[in-house]
Ligand binder design. Structure first.
Ligand code: SAM
Ligand code: SF4
Length: 483
């Protein structure tokens, strides 16, 4: 069977639906209705957002369309406050691992697209994966996201083998404890296989929710050209038992205001269909330049830094329980800013070339093997130091996923603000491991200061003694302690 035809039957089922849950006209109607909200309108929405509840589309439209500087500032302040309340002042670290740049699709913005002759094609062998993972672990990584193109070289059984391989690598000070996945949409049967080998978050970005734009950018006749196959991918994931899912938009393809509304509609669809379980994470990459890909150099709907800041805050206020990921596509300065009002996860020490951890100490060194270019190519240790300087606590925690606190359970815990009971102590333990095993002297000094501040906050709390006890055990050489 032709590779493009493999999901044909399922495509036909989706084609029979007379509509899907993204109504382009309705989204524009809502945005237009609130094209210039008053301060009172904005403050009314902020009052509701203070309760830490998911907003309704019209409320989100008000925040998106707010142009008043004073109330925009209030939005930033509340976004920061909610992030602290739900996630605590911790930032979770990960690094991507690119497994393959072979791809049968032809997405206009992507360096991996099939028609890009400037790309050197490569799928890692199991030995090469081991080598990459070993380097990542030796740099201090504990969490990764595996990234694949969509091609016969990377079908689901191969993906499962790669995940098992990643988990099997043990280096002197540890291992990768959580492997998330960013790959093409799959069938329920294929997704069950991923679930069985123990993936963390399953991420698929819709790229753009705007139907017409989607079809312009993803050519018909490719698998990715089927909008609804991608749109309903998270429904299939839930049916396969994967309740830890990550949504995303590639900003720059269409109007950012529409995309933020659509992300909210996707969230609502999932909550309504799957017992209140919305996305575990939302990603909001902006297009960056990719080798041999002129489209990526001048995206029609490029999002300015100030709009980017605003969209991060609006997402945080609209879906307060979700994790928000800001990747190294963004320059240091932008990341620093948005971390304060909404972001909960960042990557650092990132290399996005296939085989790049073994081939290069720095990012952006292998343009013919990289999907796009990145804006923050600093080493993990430098970024950890900076996050400590900002008074946040870096975390490599993987406890919830390993204790089964995902999906419905996670939503309850996150929504009722108990996350800090697990998350902050676990951030303390994993930062301590990093400081003992990998940190430079300078970063260790900064990290110890942040640890001390955080531990002191637990004085009088039932967890205080356990935290002190675990820190001692880590100093004596034990590893992977968690609540
Ligand atoms: N091939 C799979 C797919 O398309 O779903 C896996 C994901 S792809 C390797 C990872 C993500 O990178 C895409 O979903 C897209 O949002 C993003 N991406 C592609 N080209 C990009 C570019 N030029 N700049 C920034 N991000 C890009
Ligand atoms: Fe392939 Fe994904 Fe790139 Fe599209 S975005 S060309 S599907 S790797």
């Amino acid at each position: 069977m032709n590779f493009f035809d493999k999901y044909q039957k399922e495509f036909e089922e989706y084609d029979k639906l007379d509509h899907d849950f993204i109504n382009d006209d309705k989204i524009w109607e809502q945005l237009n209705k609130w094209h210039n909200p008053s301060r009172e309108d904005v403050r009314r929405v902020l009052k509701k957002a203070e309760q830490c509840v998911r907003l309704e589309p019209e409320e989100t439209a008000i925040l998106i369309q707010n142009k008043d500087e004073d109330t925009i500032q209030e939005m930033y302040e509340l976004a920061h406050q909610l992030k602290e309340e739900v996630y605590g002042d911790r930032i979770v670290f990960f690094a991507p691992l690119y497994i393959s740049d072979e791809c049968a699709n032809n997405c206009k913005y992507c360096g991996f697209r099939s028609s890009n002759t400037a790309m050197h094609r490569k799928t890692l062998s199991m030995d090469e994966i081991e080598q990459e993972v070993r380097i990542m672990i030796e740099e201090g990584q504990k969490r990764t996201v595996l990234v694949y193109g969509e091609s016969p070289a990377t079908e689901v059984d191969f993906m499962c083998d790669t995940i098992k391989k990643v988990y099997s690598v043990k280096a002197q000070h540890g291992e990768i404890r959580r492997a998330n996945i960013n790959c093409a949409p799959l069938t329920v049967e294929e997704l069950k296989k991923l679930q069985e080998v123990g993936i963390g978050t399953f991420q698929v970005f819709q790229e753009t929710y705007h139907h017409e734009t989607y079809h312009k950018i993803h050519p018909a006749g490719t698998i990715k050209g089927h909008y609804r196959w991608r749109l309903y991918c998270m429904d299939r994931a839930q049916k396969a038992g994967i309740d830890d899912i990550g949504l995303g938009v590639l900003f720059g393809l269409y109007d950012w205001r529409f995309e933020v509304m659509a992300l909210l509609y996707h969230t609502i669809h999932l909550e309504e269909t799957f017992n209140g379980v919305g996305p575990h994470t939302i990603s909001f990459p902006r297009i960056t330049s990719a080798t041999g890909t002129p489209f990526s150099d001048h995206p029609e709907y490029a999002v300015s830094d100030s709009d980017f800041k605003k969209l991060v805050a609006v997402l945080r206020l609209s879906v307060p329980y979700t994790g928000m990921i800001c990747t190294a596509r963004e320059p240091e300065k932008v990341r620093r800013e948005v971390i304060s009002f909404g972001v909960s996860q960042i990557d650092a020490g990132t290399r996005i070339g296939v085989g790049a951890y073994a081939q290069s100490k720095d990012a952006n060194q292998l343009p013919d093997k990289e999907q796009f270019s990145i804006g923050d190519s600093r080493a993990l240790d430098d970024v950890i130091g900076e996050i400590c300087d900002m008074q946040f606590i870096p975390s490599f925690c993987t406890a919830c996923y390993r204790a089964g606190r995902t999906g419905e359970h996670f939503m309850k815990v996150a929504k009722s603000r108990f996350v800090h009971n697990y998350c902050i102590p676990n951030a303390i333990f994993t930062l301590k491991e990093y400081l003992l095993d990998y940190a430079s002297d300078e970063t260790r000094a900064k990290g110890e200061k942040v640890l001390k501040q955080h531990v002191e906050r637990f004085k009088g709390d039932p967890a205080y003694d356990t935290i002190l006890e675990n820190l001692k055990r880590l100093e004596k050489g034990e590893r992977d302690l968690r609540l």
